[in-house]
Design a binder for this molecule. Structure first.
Ligand code: NAD
Length: 370
């Protein structure tokens, strides 16, 4: 029987609550008997700072490097507002992304039929939506040097951030985009600002070249300026399949796309590295888009679906278990169709708790497996 190792990093606030929920789903799949998931838990974020004085311990980095995949909850909270900048809870998350070179961030925006009415867009614009934003995660203006605020001779200040991309950074992301599109509707829309940014010119050139020269002729490629893309995303999002874009535009566009579909509590993500030369497996971390939600932590009200859907992405992208991932997606959709709602997606009335939502998903998994 195949066995996969998972490192579970629950973190802070609602992180442990949604991680417990995901663990129940992982265990359900293990109980089906065709594959075993071995879960190891460790600390990250504020919880790690409290225990070790650092937001991720070296031993945890070791576990993260050797695990087949990482499931990450959420970090942060007011308790750690005063800790040194380098040790703030988010530093542990950024270190994981950077040290494991998780350059490809996948954020799906899927509209569950039962929640189509909850979107800020008209129902016909959103019903059946299934798009994927692929954001470059380890380069661009968030990391480029120089990055500084200097005081000028006249006392004014000058702030600089540097948008920088190399050919290989763009090419490897484009390849992931084309490969993902092949498993979906076969279309990639590349977004940049080539009209005003040199990095946009290079981005456009490299994506076009990878498409033409590396055998991706079966995938349709279109280019769109990122600002126009933002407008199109809220006008008619169903025109897109996979959107490939840089770190800064991806940050904004993925938040826009995400909110088309409703609550933060519904949104999963995956961050993938390059495939290992020997095994072909990619380093990968799966996490909900939401944070640690200190306002509801400990109340049992957190929506676990973003975390559970993140495990679904893990099945699909790390373990090639597309059928099981489809089954989990169907179980979540069916659970919502029965009317069960956590407070963040409830329209008034009595809301279900985290555990009730997991019970509902497991009940639907049982039905689908029967
Ligand atoms: P947040 O995502 O934690 O919460 C925003 C709002 O959404 C809150 O009202 C919260 O109750 C609600 N919410 C979020 N997830 C939910 C869920 N699963 N179910 C129901 N409601 C949910 O963002 P924030 O309040 O800006 O940040 C809180 C803390 O989380 C901060 O310390 C921030 O730095 C951190 N944060 C961490 C991550 C991460 O770990 N990846 C991401 C974003 C924010």
């Amino acid at each position: 029987m195949a066995s996969h190792s998972l490192l579970l990093l629950p973190g802070d606030g609602i992180g442990p609550e949604v991680s417990d929920a995901a663990e129940r789903i992982v265990d359900w799949f293990t109980r089906q008997g065709s594959v075993a998931f071995e879960i190891e838990r460790d600390l990250i974020g504020g919880a790690a700072y409290d225990a070790h004085g650092q937001s991720i311990a070296e031993s945890t980095m070791g576990l993260a490097t050797s695990a087949d995949a990482i499931l990450f909850g959420a970090v942060g909270g007011p308790k750690w507002d005063g800790v040194p900048y380098d040790q703030r809870p988010e530093a542990g998350l950024l270190r994981l992304r950077k040290d494991l070179d998780l350059f490809a961030n996948l954020r799906p925006a899927i509209c569950y039929p039962a929640l189509a009415g909850a979107s800020s867009l008209k129902q016909e614009a959103i019903e059946g939506l299934d798009i994927l934003i692929l954001r470059e995660l380890t380069g661009g203006v968030y990391f480029g040097e120089p990055k500084e605020i200097v005081t000028l001779e006249n006392g004014d200040k000058r702030a600089v951030d540097t948008q920088v991309y190399t050919t290989p950074e763009i090419a490897r992301l484009a390849r992931v985009g084309f490969e993902l599109a092949r498993t979906r509707s076969g279309k990639v829309t590349s977004m940049e600002k080539r009209n005003v940014m040199r990095s946009g010119v290079l981005w456009n050139e490299v994506v076009t070249k990878v498409h033409a020269e590396e055998g991706y002729g079966d995938v349709t490629l279109e280019h769109m300026l990122a600002d126009a893309g933002g407008m199109q995303l809220v006008r008619w999002p169903k025109q897109f399949d996979v959107i490939v874009t840089d770190n800064l535009f991806g940050d904004m566009l993925s938040d826009v796309a995400a909110m088309l579909t409703g609550s933060l509590g519904m949104l999963p993500s995956a961050s993938l590295g390059a495939p290992d030369e020997a095994s072909g497996m990619r380093k990968a971390m799966y996490e909900p888009v939401h944070g640690s939600a200190p306002d509801i932590a400990g109340t049992g009200a957190a929506n676990p679906l973003a975390m559970i859907a993140s495990f679904g992405m893990c099945l699909r992208y790390s373990f090639d278990m597309g059928q099981e991932a489809d089954m989990l997606d169907a179980a979540m959709a069916n659970a919502l169709a029965t009317g069960v709602r956590t407070a963040d997606i409830a329209d008034g009335g009595n809301a279900a708790g985290t555990g009730d939502m997991v019970d509902a998903v497991i009940a639907e998994l049982e039905k689908l497996a029967a």
